[in-house]
Design a protein around this ligand. Sequence first.
Ligand SMILES: Nc1ncnc2c1ncn2[C@@H]1O[C@H](COP(=O)(O)OP(=O)(O)OP(=O)(O)O)[C@@H](O)[C@H]1O
Ligand SMILES: [Mg+2]
Length: 365
Amino acid sequence: MRIRELKLMNFRSYESLVLEPDEGLCVLSGDNAEGKTNILESIFLCALGRSHRTSRDAELIRYGKEEGGVRLVLDTRGGTRTIGCRLFARDRKKLSIDGAPLSRSGELLGCLNVVMFAPEDLTLVKGGPGERRRFMDMEISQLKPSYYYTLQRYNTALKQRNALLKDPDHFDAAQASIWDEQIAMLGSEIILDRDEFVEELSGIAADMHMALSDNKEILLVSYEPDVPADDPDRLTETILEKLRANQEKDLARGYTSVGPHRDDIMLELDGTDVRVYGSQGQQRTTVLSLKLSELEIMRGMRDESPVLLLDDVFSELDRKRQELLLKAISDCQTFITCTHLEELVSAGVDRMQVYSVRNGTVNEM
Ligand SMILES: Nc1ncnc2c1ncn2[C@@H]1O[C@H](COP(=O)(O)OP(=O)(O)OP(=O)(O)O)[C@@H](O)[C@H]1O
Ligand SMILES: [Mg+2]
């Protein structure tokens, strides 16, 4: 897929901006704080219905304005689509596809597929389990929008159960049992989807990592569900039994201790935990392997390449990793930000469209 036009209105540092990017590499070059990431953020917003940096939509509106928005025209195998996102300081955002308003953010998923790779992604390895769950959730939601709805319903049920647990003196056992059933049913769906996703990811990531490490390291990615899916047909009951068995404990603690909200992904290099023992370089390479695998999975599933958003990552990679990254993205429309253009040129990037980004204005060079 390919973005044909991107239009920003009172979005972050941009009063108004229209970009008509080429098919291949689109480089956004400029000093710090000039507005490069803001552009990637606006594209990410059109793919997932939220920013990658904040959950508060109002922050995306240009300071002092009541309203802002993004409009993106996209060519896909299925035809041309126009995605609209209008942001309001005092109201919920309004999303649309081809002018038709969407009642839920989830309806946007799958229209524009993106893979984003930024320095902060190192938290995927170094951060807590929540970061890795967020990664799974974001990817699976893009591949399978129904997952997103299941997850939302799961979170609602979990919140309700936790609210009951926080008030043990007025604990309503009948109500709790209704939430238990919901959590078990939705939780088992989530676990099975994550299991399938990580299984696929694991095979591809191992090959990627092998190539990136000169055949030296074996990366093993494995799903660590809180409730294992050994017997998928009985998973709902298994979760339900555990919820019931832990009810006393949960009441004492005031939160739910069983379920996929406690899942993690294990990342091992030659048998040792990268999360704990990996060197900086190994951790970075692991993240790159995961991101490139994500790209592969999306490409396979949709039968077309997603759009790639690379925020300031090129300079952090050594020559070999740069080359592999370039090879993997050769058929994707890619937006790259950088502060020094020479870095890209010396890495062998050619045929690129370069924009200079300065203080909320963008000019093609
Ligand atoms: N809501 C907003 N309204 C106006 N300006 C904003 C808003 N949010 C952020 N900015 C401005 O946008 C700029 C940051 O933009 P951005 O994060 O895109 O920078 P960048 O070019 O990616 O910089 P770096 O190279 O440091 O990553 C800052 O100057 C900030 O003040
Ligand atoms: Mg930036």
